[in-house]
Structures are given as C-alpha cells and as structure tokens.
Design a protein around this ligand. Structure first.
Ligand SMILES: [Mn+2]
Length: 339
C-alpha cells in the first residue's frame, strides 16, 4: 500500500508520471549501533497512514489540506543492498539524484527555483527511513542542486560523532557519524540546529566538535524553560532564508509515545509539543525532509507507525505552506465564557 493512499508509481524506473512532491522509502538499517530493524520503517509508516486520505486531509491545526496544494505521489522503496553499506549508500544517492532531476508537475507555486544553482524548480522528496545514515547520500544529492544547505535535525542524539578512530572506511559511515562526514564533505552550511537532544556522550568536548560541524543545540529540557514559541524563534533565526533540510529521528519523541526505535532515550518531547514546534517552522525554505529510525518490531499497537505517518503529513504541509497557521480554531464561545 502507498503512503496516505497517494497514487503509487514505480517512478525510479518510469519517468512518465510527473509530480511536485514524492514519498520515497529507504529500507536501510545496517549502520545501526543498538537495536536493528529500521529497514521496516517505510512499511510501518505506510501502514500507520492507512487512516489518512488525501480527500479527507484537511488538518484543523494547520487549517489546510496539503494534498490539494501540490501533486504528490508515492514512489515506493529504493532497492538497497543489505550486505554492502557502500553500495547501499550509492544506490540511495542514485535514486535521490534521479527523482531530484525530474521536471516538476508545476501544479504548485514555485518554491525551489530561487534556491537552486540552475534556477530551475526541482521536486521535493519526503524520505521514509531507514536508519539515520540515509541522510548522508541525501545531502550529497541535494548539494549538487542547492550547494551547502542548513539542516534542522530533530533527534535525541547529536549524530556528530567524530569519524576518526573507526577501524575501516566502511565503519566510518554509520548512524552516529553521518553529519560529521557531511560537514567534512562541505555539504552543509554552518547554520544548522538540533532540537530535542538528551543523549549521553563521552565528555563535553563532543559538544565543541558539534559546534564545529555547524550545529546549535536545543536540548529536550529547554522546552520547560523556553516554551515552544521561543524554540520556534531560535530555529527560525538560525536558519533564516537558507535552503533547509528537515531530518526527523522518531526518537525525538518520548519512548512512551514512540517506543519503536533503535536507540530510545527517556524524557523526550511529546508528540503534541513537537507538532506545535513543526507548525511554527512553516515558510522556511524546505528542500527536502525525512522521518527515520522507526523500527516496528519494538512497537505496540502501531503507536509509533501511526505517529510517524501523522508527522510525515506535517512535513508535506511544511513543503506547501507559506506561514505558520493561526493558533486557534475560531470557537463560538471562549473557555472563560463557559466557566
Ligand atoms: Mn539520529
């Protein structure tokens, strides 16, 4: 089945169907440090989207239906090698390059042409992971079109481990090092930001390294001191007008609400808080997005798959909206009247 009942086409092989936005699965999980299983993430997210329909896609919190604002399709999954990570990363980059080079359908307003080096409008891709390593081939591909870009990285972990000291070239590339490698390859501008961080590291020097790689840090706890509005403001200021990629690790969300992931960390944000922050990011220049690290073998009653599908709808909405929605739906009576 396709994501949110979108039309499914084998668009990697067949260029005849044009689109503005594509959903693409990357079932790769052979660079994971703890619990494996995110290769089944694309399946779980599509399965979690069964109750989402484009014709009933009007979200009251957004006050819009993203599916009416652009031509969207589900392109299925990239065939990735489960035996050879270097080959798999190459396969993912080739697939992303292929879709990024397709002409847009043109039913949506121009959004990426002003950001692209060739001044041509390029499609946007929402990738369903996969472990977080998939971001490296994606950033390599986006760099060819946009040059260095910013990243908004929702995660419990910084994913900027140093790449040195690993025993082989292949072991350097994993779901904790890919941002360091992306930095070393010049794929990112120095204006990226993490949100939701709460992992333990070897020592404070790792945070200095994180800054070198180009990230500012919003800790999970910051939500208690700053609130969602200040967090939104921080992210928007950091990113400004730059082309920006949104990468969302499901472990951002507290494991009580999203247990099905490879490296769960207690004391995360709730789904409601996170969705509110996401809505506040509308209007930034998004050139792509992903949701990663969903590993359904650890799920209960599909809660993680359903949440991931719901968040994926928010990412599609971020691709097509120009500003954050008004905060409240108009009510006939206020709560104070009722007291
Ligand atoms: Mn991650």
């Amino acid at each position: 089945m396709s994501y949110s009942h979108l039309p499914y086409t084998r668009c990697l092989d067949d260029p005849s169907t044009t689109f503005d936005i594509a959903v693409l699965g990357m079932p790769f999980d052979t660079a994971t440090s703890y619990r494996p299983g995110a290769r089944f993430g694309p399946f779980a997210i599509r399965s979690g989207s069964r109750r989402q329909f484009p014709e009933r896609g009007y979200a009251l919190d957004w006050m819009t239906n993203p599916f009416t604002r652009a031509t969207m399709i589900d392109c299925g999954d990239v065939p990735v090698s489960p035996y050879d990570n270097a080959l798999a990363i190459d396969q993912m980059e080739t697939a992303y390059n292929t879709l990024l080079a397709r002409p847009v359908n043109g039913s949506a307003s121009s959004r990426t042409a002003k950001l692209a080096r060739d001044e041509v409008e390029h499609p946007r891709i929402l990738t369903l992971g996969g472990d977080h390593t998939i971001v490296l081939p994606i950033l390599r591909s986006l760099h060819k079109v946009y040059g260095p870009i910013s990243v908004i990285h929702f995660d419990a972990h910084v994913d900027t481990w140093p790449s040195s000291g690993r025993i082989s070239e292949q072991s350097k590339v994993n779901h904790g090092t890919y941002f360091t490698l992306a930095f070393e390859e010049g794929l990112m501008s120095n204006t990226s930001i993490h949100a939701g961080i709460r992992n333990k590291v070897e020592g404070p020097e790792l945070i200095e390294h994180d800054e070198e790689v180009g990230f500012e840090l919003i800790m999970a706890d910051d939500i208690d001191d700053l609130g969602t509005d200040e967090i939104i403001k921080h992210i928007r200021q950091r990113i400004g007008d730059s082309p920006v990629y949104l990468s969302f690790d499901i472990d951002t969300i507290d494991p009580g609400q999203a247990p099905a992931t490879g490296t769960p960390e207690p004391a995360g944000w709730t789904s409601r808080e996170t969705k509110r922050i996401l809505r506040g990011l509308a209007g930034l220049n998004f050139v792509g997005a992903d949701i990663v690290e969903v590993a359904p073998a650890y799920d209960n009653a599909d809660v993680t798959g359903i949440l991931a599908a719901n968040l994926a709808d928010d990412f599609l909405t971020l691709f097509v909206t120009d500003e954050p929605p008004k905060r409240h739906v108009q009510r006939k009576r206020t709560l104070t009247d009722e007291l």
